[in-house]
Design a protein around this ligand. Structure first.
Ligand code: ZN
Length: 284
């Protein structure tokens, strides 16, 4: 099959468009013909390499995959050849205490397609059956492939970790990004009052279209001041952070007493201050 390979870490020039042998589904695995694979910033980090992480090179990148079932290994039972499917991006062992407790993201073997095993920038990919989900009718392959990683991340942050409740107020940073636009929709679905930030008129309009009740243009307005104004000086219950050092202070200052901050992003090479005084005084 044809595939994009990362043979070694580096710039875009290291990517190789290659012929490699077709993957074969093992016991409990499914062969998927890839019809669309979305890209994330994660793909750039994998290509460049990350301190302290050993990647199984050469590696096929791409975590967000939609396609059709092209074959099944022994002991699979939920899918048939030709099914339109989307792959849940996180792969875990399925056997350890964390997996048994439903916390597969805490599995010590947890990884992603295009990270610890071959991903979707190829004609075919092999996936554990448990990762193979039916594609929502009416979506194109491209639309379906845009969903998995950002939605699983935003869902886990807002609902599993921050435990966002109906009626609470939430600040979503960077609503124009993939994970931010997913978070706006999930927060709205939860019944929260959604305050979203973005850096252009078009992105702010899109955030409103997706469900934001209030928007803040971070290029023209100070986020924490706007949040205080919009919440009657109270601050928000939850901050959805994924930028890092550049926004960290504003995120902390936007929290109400007892507020929760969840984050999935960090500008590489810089550590944000903890603002310990606020953490303690406001019981964040
Ligand atoms: Zn496990």
């Amino acid at each position: 099959m044809r595939a994009i390979l990362i043979p070694r870490h580096g710039g875009p020039d290291v990517l190789q468009y290659s012929e490699i042998s077709d993957p074969k589904p093992g016991v409990g695995e499914v062969l998927v013909r890839v019809r669309a694979c979305a890209l994330n910033h994660l793909d750039v980090w994998v290509r460049r390499g990350l301190n302290g992480v050993t990647f199984p090179l050469p590696l096929v990148p791409g975590s967000d995959i939609a396609g059709e079932v092209a074959g099944t290994g022994d002991l699979t039972k939920s899918v048939s050849t030709g099914d339109k499917v989307v792959l849940s991006p996180g792969v875990s062992c399925g056997q350890c205490a964390a997996c048994a407790a439903g916390k597969d993201n805490e599995c010590r073997k947890y990884t992603l397609f295009g990270y610890g095993r071959n991903g979707g920038c190829a004609e075919y990919v092999v996936a554990p059956e448990v990762n193979v989900l039916p594609m929502l009718p009416g979506l194109s392959f491209e639309e379906a492939a845009a969903v998995p990683l950002v939605f699983v991340t935003a869902w886990h942050m807002l609902l599993a970790r921050a435990r966002l409740q109906p009626g609470e107020e939430v600040l979503i940073l960077g609503a124009g990004s993939g994970v931010g636009s997913a978070a706006v929709q999930i927060a709205k679905l939860t019944g929260a009052r959604v305050i979203a930030t973005a850096g252009s008129r078009a992105k702010l309009d899109k955030a409103r279209e997706l469900g934001a009740d209030e928007v803040i243009d971070h290029t023209k307005q100070k986020i924490s001041e706007e949040v205080r104004r919009l919440t009657g000086k109270r601050g928000v219950d939850v901050v959805f952070e994924h930028v890092g050092t550049a926004t960290w202070e504003q995120s902390i200052l936007s929290l109400a007493t007892g507020g929760r901050l969840v984050t999935c992003g960090a500008t590489p090479g810089a550590a944000p201050q903890l603002y310990q005084r606020y953490l303690i005084a406001r019981q964040l």
